[in-house]
Design a protein around this ligand. Structure first.
Ligand SMILES: Cc1cc2nc3c(=O)[nH]c(=O)nc-3n(C[C@H](O)[C@H](O)[C@H](O)COP(=O)(O)OP(=O)(O)OC[C@H]3O[C@@H](n4cnc5c(N)ncnc54)[C@H](O)[C@@H]3O)c2cc1C
Length: 404
């Protein structure tokens, strides 16, 4: 049996940072990380398209959802952007901030972030065990006993840092839910987030692979706007995608609506005037050219169809003013009814995790089981795209580590 003061399950962003923080703050304790993959940090390597967007200039609990959202204020006041940047600087990583406030390593390589974490683990003599397939996690008297298919481990303190179900190919799974539920915790089931959203639509197939810039608004069943995003919208076979859609996926529900405004910088009235002018200019040309110079042709065709103008053999000068007004309205109000978020395979994160009110944010300790800690995506909090999830993983890992 291998004995340690602390065992951390999960060698990802939060687990590695927790181990480093534990040894920085308590140099004499023995720390082990148990990782099921052959190497630690596989997901980290894929973050930010291989560049790792590790934090953001605008960290605030407003950028997150989940039952831990309110408590996260404490975490972000203690570990704000500058703190995270400075922790990484001390580990040897230089970062830069892009024009949208997203921080990356200066070398633009996610592997650099993982490497500085791995090197620190080596320097601090943190025991990292890979390819550990955990069979059981139990509290026996005052200790936590963990059986894997190779060995048995025991520790006085246990940290659950094994992430969420998002991206199963990179190690995502729901094992933390099993462990935490067995310990008596309430667990909000994981659901995919930061992913494309599947929608009902007759026009989507014709728009496959098309990208457009616009405003995307999420509205509930009563047409109340819940969240607005600007940016590139990608049209897939059966889903909408792109960073702004990913951000809406944090709050989406079946039968909610995604409203696209494909000309957000001009009013509907102005757009009508422009289309009337185009009608004069393109009078003897087929109607699917009406929006030439404004929208891509496939998108114009879809807009016309959606506006119930379906005969593309007609010429622009045959369109009535009402038809032009209808087309302009559709450009500014292209609505899609949500079916569901795409699956975990396409998700960068997951909603759900251990219930926020069962974790003390000042220490990341369980309020239910003594000497049990939870950090990272295993907690019920999920942030927007832009470095928010890694920031929470690192910050919560550091808080757990210093309070061990
Ligand atoms: C493609 C992609 C891109 C992303 N890009 C960004 C980005 O640029 N910026 C950002 O902020 N966030 C990004 N994210 C999200 C971010 O990666 C996660 O939020 C973050 O890694 C969560 O940290 P974690 O420590 O909780 O989990 P993870 O980093 O997933 O670590 C969990 C670790 O535990 C291991 N594990 C799981 N179960 C067990 C078990 N039973 N026993 C032992 N080990 C186990 C896993 O193999 C893994 O190594 C991205 C995610 C994906 C999928």
């Amino acid at each position: 049996m291998k004995k340690f003061d602390v065992i951390i399950i999960g060698g990802g962003a939060s687990g590695l940072m927790c181990a480093i923080s534990a040894k920085t703050n308590h140099p004499n304790i023995s720390v082990a990380v148990l990782e099921k993959n052959p190497r630690v940090g596989k997901k980290l390597l894929s973050t930010g398209n291989g560049r790792c967007n590790l934090t953001n200039q605008n960290i605030s609990s407003q950028k997150y959802c989940g039952s831990f959202k309110k408590q996260s204020k404490f975490i972000f006041s203690k570990y704000n952007t500058n703190e995270i940047i400075s922790v990484f600087k001390k580990l040897g990583l230089m970062t830069y901030c892009d024009n949208d406030g997203r921080y990356y390593p200066v070398c633009r390589q996610a592997s650099a972030v993982l490497d500085v974490l791995r090197f620190a683990c080596d320097r601090f003599n943190i025991n990292v065990f890979c390819e550990e397939n955990i069979k059981s996690v139990k509290k026996v008297d005052k200790n936590f006993d963990i059986k894997t298919d190779k060995d048995t481990f025991t520790a006085k303190k246990l940290v659950i840092a094994c992430g969420s179900k998002a991206a199963p190919k990179l190690g995502g799974n729901s094992s933390c839910a099993d462990y935490l539920k067995n310990f008596g915790h309430t667990f909000v089931p994981f659901s995919p987030a930061l992913c494309p959203i599947k929608v009902k639509s007759d026009i989507l197939k014709s728009l496959k692979c098309l990208r457009a810039i616009g405003k995307a608004t999420l509205a509930d069943g009563h047409n109340n706007s819940l969240k607005e995003e600007f940016g590139e919208i990608q049209f897939n076979d059966n889903a909408l995608s792109g960073i702004c859609i990913f951000n809406l996926s944090l709050y989406s529900k079946k039968n909610y609506i995604i409203k696209l405004d494909l000309m957000p910088n001009i009013s509907e009235e102005e757009l009508i005037k422009i289309l009337l002018q185009n009608q004069k200019l393109f009078g003897n040309i087929e109607i699917d050219n009406l929006m030439t110079g404004i929208l891509q042709k496939r998108l114009s065709q879809a807009i016309l169809k959606q506006s119930n103008i379906k005969d593309f053999s007609r010429l622009c000068n045959t369109l009535s003013e009402q038809e032009i007004a209808r087309a302009a309205h559709t450009v500014k109000n292209l609505d899609f009814v949500i079916i569901e978020n795409s699956g975990f395979e396409q998700a960068q994160a997951a909603r759900g995790g251990v219930a926020g009110n069962e974790i003390d944010e000042k220490t990341m300790k369980s309020k239910i089981v003594k000497n049990l800690y939870v950090c990272g995506e295993a907690v019920d909090i999920c942030g927007e795209c832009g470095g928010f999830n890694l920031h929470f993983a690192f910050a919560s890992g550091m808080i757990a580590g210093e309070n061990l």
